[in-house]
Design a binder for this molecule. Structure first.
Ligand code: HEM
Length: 506
């Protein structure tokens, strides 16, 4: 499939005179790249280059993701404090729900030093990154102390009956949720603090801040904020983290493709194991938003998202889900023969590699590469399926348009998933391994899905009500009026071809 080769960096502006569109909350985004502050992340890579797909770049993307999450946690705790001050315990509980989501994500990030030990460093590693040197961590600790003091004061002066609430109430109660979430968040925090306390990295580390470029990460998080009590910063943070991890995964996937081309299967395997782990962690960034972004909280920021969509993510939608995925798949298929022999013969080669795996080192490597490719396939489809929560919860059904004008947002996302499945180049690999169901692109009976999607289900009613609420609030989006009468300026980037741009990997 050919793609129009326009640069995303030179995307056409909506207003030729450079005027910025605004509403009373703030700027209305021109495009996804601006909305998510991706120029700051690209700027870091350009101004502070590190060897591509190296221990250093991996450690930096890990700690940059940690910084983004900790700045978000800080923001949430500060705002919960304001709520508490104003006697708005309900508002504070919402912040703590979000905080729990971010803590869980930091814990997934915290597993990376152990999961990626081989790629990150070793006992002979040259440098160490210490979480306690992180400016975001220090800010969070200071904010937490202030917040705790406020809550303790509220308990002592009887505004919060900690004993009664803990002894007698459950999840139906806001005060119970408040105290319960605080206990959960603190345990989560101690857990990630331990796993990120010191991380070895095979690079020279001057200072944490210089290495991570933490001041720019702070800019990335705060360069665009909205007026009012919104979850816009968290919305952006949960795009910025997957974009950061995705960049590193993509560089490593490209390097793995090049390794296979030059016959270095062992190196390709090591790189792909890292790619898979990074995608797994990226996927962990979906639940914090799926679980906590309510329809109204999304509606509060929706207009400021402008004519944008995650499908304009060059790193994720284009490079990871399409370009590199296809090239990797082709290289792995190439290891199994020329591919013209038909699916049965292909499956037999996969089976033969499996039979020979303990006897022949090359068969072992190919067998393992297939494993990693299929994990990658499963995780990307799992990401897609988890991402469906977002248009379902926040936009709804019944012909609710997306910001970019897709006639029915949920269908657009589903269609992207179905079409990816139909043309999935890893399908034959999955079938050859005996994987059934969606991973293999084989139609399977799904009576539950059939029911949930049918006109008789409650889900259908809920999606319709959600859609009604969205359409009523966003007539402009629905009828393509005002700002949304503009044509979406996004143009697809050129295809990323392995070996075309990226310098030699370490
Ligand atoms: C409230 C939150 C979200 C909503 C309502 C939403 C909605 C959508 C919609 C409607 C599409 C289909 C394209 C279109 O019609 O514009 C889409 C695609 C996409 N979105 Fe989201 N999204 C949300 C959050 C996210 C997040 C957090 C990410 C993470 C980076 C993301 C990444 C993507 C990607 C990569 C695609 C392309 C899907 C594919 O390649 O299969 N979205 N989204």
């Amino acid at each position: 499939m050919e793609r129009e080769a326009d640069s995303v960096v030179d995307m056409p502006k909506l207003s030729e005179d450079g005027a910025v569109y605004r509403n009373d909350r703030g700027v209305i985004a021109e495009n996804y790249y601006d909305l998510q502050g991706l120029a700051v992340l690209d700027g870091i890579r350009a101004q502070h280059p590190l060897p591509t797909a190296s221990s250093a770049s991996l450690a930096r993307s890990l700690f940059q993701s940690v910084e983004i999450a900790l700045l978000n946690l800080n923001d949430l705790i500060e705002r919960a404090s304001v709520d508490l001050h104003q006697g708005n315990l309900d508002g504070a509980v919402v912040k703590l729900f979000w905080a729990k989501g971010f803590h869980r994500l930091v814990n997934q990030l915290g597993l990376l030093p152990a999961r990626l030990n081989g790629a990150l460093g070793s006992s002979a590693a040259r440098g160490v990154l210490k979480l306690s040197d992180s400016p975001a961590f220090q800010t969070y600790l200071t904010t937490l102390r202030l917040f705790d003091a406020e809550v303790i004061a509220a308990i002592e002066d009887g505004r919060i009956d900690a004993h009664g609430v803990i002894a007698e109430r459950s999840l139906e109660s806001a005060p119970y949720n408040f105290l319960h979430l605080l206990r959960v968040c603190n345990q989560e925090a101690m857990s990630w603090e331990a796993s990120l306390a010191t991380v070895q990295v095979d690079a020279t580390v001057g200072s944490y801040s210089d290495f991570v470029v933490s001041s720019s990460i702070r800019d990335c998080v705060y360069e665009r904020v909205l007026q009012g009590d919104t979850y816009f910063t968290q919305f952006r943070g949960l795009h910025q983290i997957p974009e950061t991890l995705g960049d590193e995964a993509n560089d490593r996937c490209e390097a793995a493709i090049l390794d296979i081309r030059r016959g270095d299967l062992a190196s390709a395997l090591e790189r792909l194991q890292t790619v898979v782990t990074l995608i797994d962690t990226m996927t962990a960034a979906v639940p914090p938003m799926a679980d906590h972004l309510s329809t109204t909280d999304y509606h509060a920021i929706r207009e400021n998202l402008g004519l944008t969509s995650g499908s304009h993510s060059v790193g994720l939608h284009y490079h990871m889900f399409n370009d590199l995925y296809q090239q990797l798949s082709a290289e792995i298929a190439g290891l199994l023969g020329d591919g013209d022999a038909g699916e049965a013969a292909f499956a037999e080669r996969i089976a033969e590699v499996r039979r020979q795996r303990f006897a022949q080192p090359r068969a072992w490597l190919i067998h393992q590469l297939i494993d990693e490719a299929l994990k990658m396939q499963a995780l990307i489809f799992h990401w897609r399926s988890s991402h469906l929560h977002l248009p379902r919860n926040n936009l709804g059904g019944d012909m609710t348009k997306s910001l970019t004008g897709s006639p029915e947002a949920i269908k657009a996302v589903r269609h992207m998933m179905v079409s990816a499945r139909n043309k999935d180049p890893m399908k034959a690999l999955a079938r050859g391994r005996g994987l059934s169901g969606s991973a293999a692109g084989t139609p399977v009976a799904t009576p539950l899905t059939h029911y949930v999607e049918s006109a008789e289900s409650l889900d259908r009613v809920l999606l319709a009500r959600t859609g009604e609420a969205t359409q009523a609030r966003f007539e402009d989006v629905q009828k393509r009026l005002g700002f949304f009468a503009n044509r979406c300026p996004f143009r697809a980037p050129p295809r990323r071809m392995a070996g075309a741009t990226v310098p030699a990997a370490e």
